[in-house]
Ligand binder design. Structure first.
Ligand code: SRM
Ligand code: SF4
Length: 591
């Protein structure tokens, strides 16, 4: 018998015998999809249009694909009465960001044969290709499959790519931690064979009713109410920005031995301008578990969100809102009950940075690792800076691996002493950047993709941040602050894909050429910034920063980070404990 869902976001999925009529549209799409199949095959076969059917546009996300169109060309195409220039973005899942040279070469090749001739390293350690037309989607997936890469659950209402500190340097325990990240990723993958059937010509499985347990033991037929993100951090580095994610594990390593993990829950960045129900949240540490408990903890946390996440209002469906609505104590009790034991008290830990360590570093086992600087994660050749060609040449001879960082950079890892000169020669010949060529500011900067591919972008990000940084570098130099690391991140909209609310200078697109300026976040991502000014232009941004950097130069304490300085001096009031993020917005504007 079906029961109507109440309009509150405190309803539980557990209460439904049949789907009630007032759920978010995506719930019915999932319900009717036959475990994520929908009519994707028919959509791919339809030669009349470059797009896929409307419901399939939602379902292909679970297969790592987004339908997009070139926004630079939209108006022109409209004038010519042509349909938008549809193509697809494909995101490959790379747990912990570790890829082999053959995987690199494959992505590089596909980028030319089917994509827009660039590769994008994302803020979540994954590969993205843009500009793939419909007929090339299958060959792309198949080429990836040949080198054991897939796009399963890279997007969609499931657990996404699991991030992990990609540090190959410190100890064997770091590798062990990575193995756990990979296991979590695999454990939380959807079970459906839809991906194999549609993209890899896999065998068709007979689809029976009421076989949730067989098809999706973790998720069930309706998957999660919304996307879900898990990360693993290894102190003192918070490069994965643990506080920005739904679920996190902080590795506790003592004397080179992995003891276990502190568990964090309820972080997230996305919000909507003007919608006060939405806001970024920092994750909270809720306890400690042993390594062998990690998979059970991850699974039960996901299941709680599956059962209690908001399936009526998608904008409030992220896990952070489930926790905010019901309370962290409710959550801990629910988790302990499902686990059958209580998480132990969290262990002490300390983060000191959320950036990458650039340049050459020698690891504990004598191998070398090179952390390259990649501007906004975009791999392409530009004049003498032949990044894409150089990396291809390295991949051809490299016997170690590649590591995508959560700061959109790349580590060429596990280089032997003998091979180092050869790699150095390729680096020099192609003018690749090892970090020292660019300013501290640039080394701590990130921008999301935004225009022209992202359909949600309201302002430029990746294409604009570099030129804004030129100007801010001028200010830093004027105040002799060039050597001070300040984190700066820009996104084209408030969804927060470059995690701007936890960078010391956060710029969030409001409209063409206009941004909200967030200030006062913690240097290693431990405190949210506050919107300091709303809807401002480049000229206004520079005037504000000029004034604040002048004060930072004369009034800062020894070793004090920019965000901390703004809080100590009262220029910015912190929001961390604020119940209403947007009230802080108003007070900041009023001051
Ligand atoms: Fe994101 C949606 C790009 C990391 C929050 N994100 C999108 C889409 C797919 C736009 C869309 O829905 O049509 C963007 C595709 C642009 C393009 O053309 O490539 C997009 N997000 C990205 C990437 C590529 C940004 C980058 O420059 O690297 C990152 C890919 C990560 C990956 O490999 O999986 C990316 N997105 C993030 C992060 C950062 C993170 O997770 O650490 C966030 C903030 C954290 C969080 O989830 O709260 C993020 N993306 C969003 C949201 C807001 C979600 C929300 O809770 O409201 C959306 C919109 C949505 O889901 O409705 C979004
Ligand atoms: Fe697109 Fe907004 Fe994400 Fe930037 S922050 S990639 S504009 S969704």
């Amino acid at each position: 018998m079906s029961r109507k869902a109440p309009d509150s976001h405190l309803i539980s999925y557990l209460e439904f015998d049949e789907l009630p009529s007032n759920l978010a549209k995506n719930e019915y799409i999932k319900d009717n999809s036959g475990y994520l199949r929908g009519s994707i095959e028919q959509s791919l076969a339809n030669p009349v249009t470059g797009q896929v059917a409307e419901d399939d546009q939602q379902l292909i996300k679970f297969h790592g694909i987004y339908q997009q169109d070139d926004r630079d060309l939209r108006n022109e195409r409209r004038k010519q009465k042509l349909e938008p220039l549809y193509s697809f973005m494909l995101r490959a899942r790379v747990p912990g960001g570790i890829a082999t040279p053959s995987q690199w070469l494959t992505m590089d090749k596909i980028a030319s044969s089917y994509g827009n001739d660039t590769i994008r390293l994302t803020t979540r350690q994954a590969f993205q290709l843009h500009g793939i037309v419909k007929r090339n989607l299958r060959p792309t997936m198949q080429a990836m499959d040949d080198v054991l890469l897939d796009a399963i659950a890279a997007c969609g209402d499931v657990n996404r790519n699991v991030m992990c500190n990609p540090n190959p340097v410190e100890s064997r325990a770091h590798f062990e931690v990575y193995q756990w990240a990979k296991k979590i990723s695999e454990h939380l993958l959807p079970n459906t064979r839809a991906y194999h059937e549609i993209w890899l010509n896999g065998d068709k499985y007979p689809l029976k009713q009421d076989v949730n347990a067989i098809h999706e033991p973790v998720y069930g037929k309706h998957y999660l109410p919304r996307k879900f993100k898990t990360v693993v951090a290894i102190p003192p580095y918070n490069d994965v920005d643990i506080y920005a994610h739904d679920l996190g594990f902080i590795a506790i390593i003592e004397n080179g031995q992995l003891q276990g993990f502190n568990v964090t829950v309820g972080g997230g960045m996305g919000m909507t301008h003007g919608d006060k129900d939405t806001r970024p949240y920092l994750a909270q540490v809720i306890g400690f578990c042993f390594p062998q408990q990690v998979l059970a903890v991850a699974e039960q946390v996901v299941k709680i969100q599956r059962d209690y996440g908001n399936r009526v209002e998608r904008r409030l469906a992220r896990f952070k809102y489930t926790i905010a609505a019901r309370g962290i104590e409710w959550f801990k009790q629910e988790l302990n009950q499902r686990l059958g034991y209580k998480l132990m008290n969290a262990q002490p830990f300390e983060f000191t940075s959320n950036s990458d360590r650039y340049g050459w570093i020698k690891g504990f086992d004598g191998r070398w690792h090179l952390n390259l600087y990649i501007e906004n994660g975009r791999i392409k050749d530009e004049g003498d800076y032949r990044l894409r060609t150089g990396l291809r040449e390295i991949a051809k001879i490299h016997r170690g691996d590649f590591r995508l960082t959560a700061n959109q950079n790349l580590i060429i890892a596990n280089i032997t002493e003998q091979q180092k000169p050869e790699i150095e020669q390729i680096i020099a010949a192609h003018n690749l950047k090892v970090g020292s060529e660019v300013s501290q500011l640039r080394r701590h900067a990130m921008a999301c993709v935004s225009l022209p591919t992202c359909s949600l972008g309201m302002a430029e990000a990746e294409r604009y941040l570099p030129s804004l940084l030129d100007k801010i570098e001028g200010l830093l130099s004027k105040y002799e602050l060039s050597e001070h690391p300040i984190t700066i991140r820009m996104t084209g909209c408030p969804n927060g894909c470059a995690r701007p609310y936890i960078s010391e200078i956060g710029l969030v697109g409001k409209g063409p050429g206009r941004y909200n300026l967030y200030l006062g976040a913690g240097h290693h991502g431990q405190r949210l910034g506050v919107v300091y000014r709303d809807n401002i232009t480049e000229a206004e941004i520079l005037v504000i920063l000029d004034e604040l950097l002048a004060r930072y130069r004369t009034e800062r304490e020894d070793g004090e980070f920019f965000g901390d300085f703004l809080i100590r001096t009262g220029i910015v009031v912190p929001t961390d404990s604020a119940q209403d993020f947007h009230l802080e917005l108003q007070s900041a504007q009023a001051s």
